[in-house]
Design a protein around this ligand. Structure first.
Ligand code: CU
Length: 387
């Protein structure tokens, strides 16, 4: 076992020297800063429709929506016990960091981790969940002690301490941000990534452990890390949560579902190679945007004429999505459209300059997902006329 040297809050040059000795490919940049985040996996009771009604129709849940959102025989309804990432103010993990109003729409997603090319991200992770969890990042650089995924890779000792942080445990993940984590010259000024728990990838994400990460190009960020040429950023995960795969399924079923007319519960079965729990299987899928279904996602607001950047992502299920904006158009990879596409865990950046004020539908165009509640509203406030 070789000893590890921990990162110091200096420049990335120092970080590179400490963490990547002798590595010719090591990215280095003297101008970068260390951005530290305190993130815990916490267990919460999550409400997929806190408004208690269908925000798209403006009415009580219809028959299909009620099937998913209201408890019934063998059905859990809209509240499920879950595990989610939450940000704290410091290493004591006593005080939650308030989420600013412009990011209220993140919902079930973990804290926004943001950095610029040349920076180093340090995450002190505390696992308050009742099962082993980790933080596995996409896009940024990591060595084996910061990958957050256990598999037979020949490592040991400190290099596996990140793999599965036990309940009550803490791990420091160090993620340098090289050029390849930022946008290419043909993209906009920021690139979109994500992080999620990867101990048992499917179960961990089904539980809710997933979050967003934005990397701004070198020299393209304001002091707070936001891209200078963007007025409003929005992150929307088209997140399918298969609660059958959550480690809390049995507890949720026992706590919330009403008894089936015929006991006992039918035996578990498999669908696509996954164990499922009988009658609750289909009604336990949640088609959400940031953890909200049927128009319950709040805070997707912007002003007419603003430079708006949407960051879209999906989860790890057997899923694909077709996010569609009504009322306005976007540019994705230099192509103008109003429908994006997302495969599992795909990350997409879409730029919009809304010219059409109003409250508009934003939904997945995959018909079953539409029916199962993958719908939200976004609002473009009219530009105030200048005299
Ligand atoms: Cu979809």
């Amino acid at each position: 076992m070789r000893s590890r040297t921990r990162v110091l809050p200096w420049s990335w040059l120092v970080v590179s020297m400490l963490l990547l000795p002798g590595c010719a490919a090591a990215p280095r940049n003297a101008a970068g800063v260390v951005r530290t985040y305190y993130v815990a996996a916490d267990e919460v009771d999550w409400d997929y429709a806190p408004g208690g009604a269908d925000g798209i129709t403006g009415r009580p849940f219809g028959a299909i929506a009620a099937h998913y959102m209201e408890p019934g025989p063998g059905r859990v309804g809209r509240v499920w016990h879950k595990a989610i990432y939450r940000e704290y103010t410091d290493s004591t993990f006593r005080t939650l960091k308030p989420r600013p109003p412009e990011w209220a729409h993140l919902g079930i997603l973990g804290p926004l981790i943001r950095a610029g090319v040349g920076d180093t991200i340090v995450v002190l992770f505390r696992n308050n969940a009742s099962f082993p969890a980790s933080m596995h990042p996409h896009g940024v650089f990591y060595q084996k002690d910061s990958e957050g995924a256990p598999y037979h890779d020949g490592t040991s000792g400190a290099d596996v301490a990140d793999d599965a942080v036990p309940t009550g445990g803490t791990h420091r993940y160090v993620w340098p941000v090289p050029e390849r984590a930022g946008p290419t010259a043909h993209e906009g000024s920021s690139a979109f990534w994500m992080y999620h728990s990867h101990v048992d990838d499917q179960a961990d994400v089904a539980a809710g452990l997933i979050g967003p990460m934005i990397i701004t190009a070198r020299g393209a960020a304001r002091a707070d890390g936001t891209p200078k040429d963007v007025d409003r950023e929005l992150v929307v995960g088209f997140l399918e949560f298969d609660e059958n795969n959550s480690p809390f399924f049995d507890a949720n079923y026992a706590r919330y579902a009403k008894p089936l007319p015929k006991a006992p519960k039918p035996p578990a079965d498999t669908v696509f190679g996954v164990l499922v729990q009988g009658p609750a299987m289909e009604s336990s899928f949640r088609e959400t945007m940031n953890g909200f279904s049927y128009g319950n996602l709040p805070g997707l607001t912007m002003k007419q004429g603003e430079r708006v950047r949407w960051y879209l992502m999906a989860t790890t299920d057997f899923e694909f999505h077709a996010p569609h904006w009504h009322g306005n158009v976007v540019t994705i990879a230099d192509m103008r459209t109003d429908v994006a596409s997302l495969t599992p865990m795909e990350m997409v950046t879409a730029d919009m300059v809304p010219d059409n004020p109003g409250t508009w539908l934003f939904h997945c165009h995959v018909a079953p997902h539409l029916r199962m509640g993958m719908q939200a509203l976004y609002t473009v406030l009219p530009k105030v006329a200048m005299r």
